[in-house]
Design a protein around this ligand. Structure first.
Ligand code: SF4
Length: 352
């Protein structure tokens, strides 16, 4: 330990020669940045970096895409969505395919854009596909509050918003330590990660620069050698103990916990958010009386295993062959935060 204090983060990482350790990048942006910055090139063989469930598009189940297509084709709703979701395969087709059959699909960059589209197109029923974690949910809540304030009758959310606590617990035995997503904990604060230490879950919150990621990895390696469960906030310039009170307040006013289905992980108790009763008029499932939709993913796709760190993208038989970013078979190849997309984009340099 005393020797490590004098070493740089790079030296600590490169010189690690202890037993094999597994570190899960919960966040897809960390997966991409670790590839893009070349950090994998200095990771020794006995450190395995595994991808986790932190890409919102990737964890959204197939049935959600089917619901969106149903709303567009059967109920003539205009779908407003982030661009990635348009190419995620549903059971029969994706939203791009639905568009070729006459569905109205608008790409937006925020939920507020969708609210403004609805406000400016009162003759259309507009549904925003509300996916994402703690980071993006406050903006969806703000859009609903604005719609309520403006008494809009043509705006609704199809919700698949997810929260992290349940999935950390579900995956706690998948890795020796987590790299926790800095942007999520900028909203939630650090309390959850600190309490998980008592359940034997170790991890560090990190940011997204080379220095921040390298420092976080060096801390993980050093602390794991001490043999005790641990938590460190390695992103203190952004993440505080309390998190963002303003974001927490608007979410708790508009949404409440619900069980939620994660691709590959199934239904995790209290791991999602739905609109509260006072905002039910903006719930697309209620408004259009959608029944339960069971999606069917392509049996060749191993996104579910990739998202749990059970296999690497390159272990999937169709990786880089039948499945490429131009012709994605599963969600993890579509999204910019997807692990399969990262492995494909950066040449499949695989370490661990
Ligand atoms: S390579 Fe394609 S088919 Fe295989 S797990 Fe990834 S997204 Fe699914």
């Amino acid at each position: 330990m005393a020797e490590n204090v004098k070493k740089t983060a790079k030296e600590i990482i490169e010189s690690y020669d202890g037993p094999k350790i597994r570190i899960m990048e919960v966040c897809g942006t960390h997966t991409h940045e670790i590839f893009r910055l070349g950090i994998r090139n200095i990771i020794p063989e006995n450190i395995e970096l595994i991808s986790g469930p932190g890409c919102p598009v990737c964890v959204t189940p197939v049935g959600f895409i089917d619901e969106a297509i149903m709303l567009a084709l059967d109920h003539n709703a205009t779908i407003c969505t982030f661009g990635d979701l348009v190419r995620v395969p549903g059971s029969e087709m994706n939203l791009a395919g639905a568009r070729s059959k006459g569905a109205k699909v608008q790409i937006v960059y925020s939920p507020i854009d969708a609210y403004e589209y609805a406000r400016d197109h009162l003759d259309e029923q507009v549904v925003f596909l509300s996916v994402g974690f703690e980071t993006t949910t406050p903006a969806s809540c703000l859009a609903v509050k604005k719609a309520k304030g403006a008494e809009l009758k043509n705006f609704a959310l199809l919700t698949a918003n997810k929260t992290m606590p349940g999935v950390y617990k579900t995956l706690k035995n998948s890795a020796d330590a987590f790299l926790y997503p800095g942007h999520v904990h900028a909203i939630t604060g650090t309390e959850l990660c600190e309490s998980l230490v008592n359940e034997g879950v170790s991890g560090v919150i990190t940011g997204f620069t080379a220095n921040e990621i390298m420092t976080a990895l060096a801390v993980v390696i050093t602390k794991l050698q001490e043999g005790e469960s641990f938590f460190k906030n390695c992103y203190p310039r952004v993440v505080t103990y309390e998190g963002s009170k303003a974001a927490q307040t608007i979410v708790s006013e508009v949404m409440e916990d619900c069980d939620s289905e994660w691709r590959g992980l199934g239904i995790i108790k209290n791991s999602g958010l739905k609109l509260k009763e006072a905002y039910k008029e903006f719930d697309a499932r209620d408004k259009f009386h959608l029944g339960k939709v069971e999606g069917r993913s392509n049996p060749a796709c191993r996104c579910g295993d990739v998202l749990q760190g059970k296999c690497k993208p390159s272990d999937c038989k169709v990786f880089g062959k039948g499945c490429t970013p131009l012709h994605p078979v599963g969600a993890c190849m579509v999204s910019n935060e997807g692990a399969c997309s990262a492995y494909y984009q950066y040449g499949g340099k695989i370490n661990g």
